[in-house]
Design a protein around this ligand. Structure first.
Ligand code: SF4
Length: 322
């Protein structure tokens, strides 16, 4: 895109901003846990893995005194440690306990709910088909709730078609919380066609925040010439938002910060959709709008598809510090 001379009128750009967007209750809680742990114990407080998948959030907490590590053996004896919102295999709190570490678990309660379901299914003798993305921390955490071999990962329809279980009549499925609602429905349909006796979860595993953000971006996509999603490339729910918009036939891209914007992406567009993944703070949306306003005459309109009122309780150990 060519530079707009300071004297010339700026081109008009309508911003259609999806709602809900950005922080969900699980991310909010996880960040609060780290902040309160720093208040309670003083810095440093160790955090195993990125507390949520957002560099801005991680850098902000680091500045307050959080130290991010990959594994527990990097945490010195006696130091407080927080486990990330994505959940951890059972071996992690067990190791922390064995070492006498003062740990806090920031696993989102909706991820913990899936963990408990996995345990119950295995106790009932079922083999679990887990729909999710290999290598994602949530998937690693959920697999770590049950004995090896009692859960099979299915990533897509091709996996669902190829799956050859030992006992097709004794299956149950669960899913990662941050998947594409539409893709998952297709995988589930495939599995149910092949294994009609497969047990479904009691409620939807894809969380309210993931499905609400996907519905919200779908609602604006048709009226937009392009959509920008603010989020990290390793944030599953953010990447899904880009895919949902693209599937609606609109150009869509993921950016972490306003500074990542490729101005050429905006060439020839009149309406730009904006949303943010569940781990991206609203501040980053405002930062993008402010940057756009330096080159465009922007008007903003928010399209709200649903209002979220969910909030999760803090761990008891921090309730007094709150
Ligand atoms: S995206 Fe869903 S599962 Fe993940 S932290 Fe937020 S509410 Fe919890």
């Amino acid at each position: 895109m060519t530079e707009t001379p300071a004297t010339a009128a700026k081109p008009v750009l309508e911003l259609l901003i999806a709602a809900p967007r950005g922080f969900c209750a699980g991310v909010d809680r996880a960040i609060r846990i780290v902040e309160l742990a720093i208040e309670k114990h003083g810095a440093p407080v160790y955090v195993r893995h990125e507390i949520v998948h957002n560099k801005f959030v991680v850098d902000t907490l680091r500045a307050k005194g959080a130290v991010f590590v990959e594994e527990l053996d990097e945490v010195p004896d006696g130091a407080p440690v927080v486990f990330s919102a994505h959940g951890v295999p059972k071996s992690v709190p067990a190791n922390a306990q064995a070492r006498g570490l003062d740990y806090l678990d920031a696993t989102c309660p909706l991820v913990s709910k899936v963990h408990r379901q996995a345990e119950r299914l295995v106790a009932a003798g079922r083999h679990i088909v887990f729909i999710g993305h290999e290598g994602h921390p949530e998937v690693i955490g959920t697999f770590g709730q049950v004995p090896a071999g009692s859960m099979t990962l299915i990533e897509d329809v091709a996996d669902a078609e190829a799956f050859a279980p030992a006992d097709p009549n004794n299956l149950a499925f669960l899913t990662q919380t941050t998947l594409s609602v539409d893709d998952t429905a297709e995988v589930v349909r495939t599995l149910q066609r092949r294994f009609p006796a497969m047990q479904a979860p009691r409620g939807e595993d894809i969380c309210y925040a993931t499905s609400n953000r996907q519905a919200a971006v779908k609602a604006i996509a048709g009226a937009c010439d392009a959509v920008l999603v603010i989020g990290a490339p390793n944030s599953s729910n953010s990447v899904r938002l880009v895919e949902v918009a693209q599937r609606e036939g609109v150009r869509a891209a993921l950016i972490q910060r306003a500074a990542d914007l490729d101005w050429a992406f905006l060439d020839g567009i009149g309406t730009l959709g904006i949303t943010a993944g569940a781990s991206a703070p609203e501040l980053l949306v405002r930062e993008l709008v402010d940057l756009l306003a330096t080159r465009f005459d922007v008007t903003e309109r928010e399209e709200e598809t649903t209002r979220e009122t969910i909030a999760f309780k803090l761990p008891r150990a921090l309730e007094q510090a709150a």
